[in-house]
Write a protein that binds this ligand. Structure first.
Ligand code: APR
Length: 309
């Protein structure tokens, strides 16, 4: 069987780390493309030279030419600028909208049957924009945020409990920003609900730290934002598509009526498989979690409105 082809747009920290994870896991051949000449070529060559040591047969090509991306199965878009200390993800809005819009045009022209996974921030708005701009069916355009936010939540929970992270299943819904919604009732340690294991004030403190998980890292790094966990989370979604595994993941997907949200991209639980978002799962949220999710969706809606202006 011919190997699958994944294009990663943006050879910066998130993009190149995602590309590395994909080739090392031998999920697909990768094309790494960036606007900066030499950057993707140099990184791809360096990664190919690690193949003998790591023992992977998959190939990575670095390029500035979209012709090389032709007929990709999956495209991960990380192009854009990252946050600096004091910036919110929303501050990136107009710069990244211009970049992501241009990238989507090129991808549609060269890979009309691809599935798009958006990573550029502000995530929910960029995903909405990519969907509109591509003209693709909404199942083929979705964004990575919930997997990352849930992974951060899981880490903080494992740390608080002193338990193996392998047993933690965490769920964070809503937009990828200050209004995201960690859901303790759908967060378990091997089936045991979080609320059985930690007192309410500890859970609330962990929820807060999760909401600020990205900003905490930006504060440390000073010159950029997180990329190890974001790239790992993106690759988990790429893997679910390539393997058709129908994983239930929190995904930035087009919500159409579920949770009282209409025609807007927002983080909800969804089945991710060969066709992208196979279906959105509507779970029974508590009144306060539902209100928080709808509030988060409103924040996304405002930004989508600001885009048009
Ligand atoms: N086409 C292709 N690549 C582009 C374009 C473009 N039009 N514009 C910028 N880029 C590239 C930059 O040259 C850079 O190599 O996107 C890359 C971004 O990399 P970094 O600056 O290292 O940023 P990174 O940390 O990878 O974050 C990328 O993901 O998590 C989000 O908020 C983050 O929006 C940001 C994105």
């Amino acid at each position: 069987m011919a190997r699958k082809k994944v294009t990663v747009v943006g050879a910066g920290f998130v993009g190149s780390t995602a590309a590395q994870r994909i080739v090392e896991k031998q999920l697909a051949d990768v094309v790494l493309i960036d606007i900066v000449e030499g950057l993707p070529q140099g990184k791809a060559l360096d990664m190919m030279q690690s193949a003998a040591v790591e023992g992977f047969d998959t190939h990575i090509l670095g390029t500035n030419d979209y012709a090389d991306t032709a007929n990709s199965d999956v495209v991960v878009i990380t192009a854009g600028i990252a946050r600096k200390p004091g910036m919110s993800r929303d501050d990136l809005l107009n710069t990244n909208a211009g970049i992501v819009g241009g990238v989507v045009d090129q991808i549609v022209a060269h890979s009309p049957d691809s599935i798009l996974i958006i990573v550029s921030n502000p995530l929910d708005v960029m995903t909405h924009l990519a969907w509109k701009r591509s003209g693709f069916a909404s199942n083929r355009v979705f964004g990575m945020a919930g997997v990352l936010d849930s992974a951060r939540y899981a880490y903080f929970i494992a740390e608080a409990l002193g338990c193996s992270i392998k047993d933690v299943r965490a769920m964070v819904l809503g937009g990828h920003g200050d209004t995201m919604v960690p859901v303790p009732h759908f967060t378990t340690v091997n089936g045991v609900t979080l609320t059985e294991l930690l007192p309410a004030d500890t859970i609330e403190a962990i929820n807060d730290r999760t909401r600020n998980g990205g900003a905490e890292i930006v504060k440390h790094l000073k010159t950029g934002s997180a990329y190890y966990a974001p790239s790992a989370s993106s690759v988990a979604m790429v893997e679910a598509v390539l393997l058709g595994s129908n994983r239930l993941l929190p995904v930035c997907a087009l919500v159409n009526g579920q949770y009282g949200i209409d025609n807007l991209y927002c983080g909800v639980p969804a089945m991710v498989g060969a066709n992208g978002v196979e279906r959105i799962i509507e779970v029974g949220l508590s009144q306060s979690d539902l209100a928080a999710l709808q509030n988060s969706a409103m924040a996304v809606k405002e930004l989508v409105g600001a885009l048009k202006g």
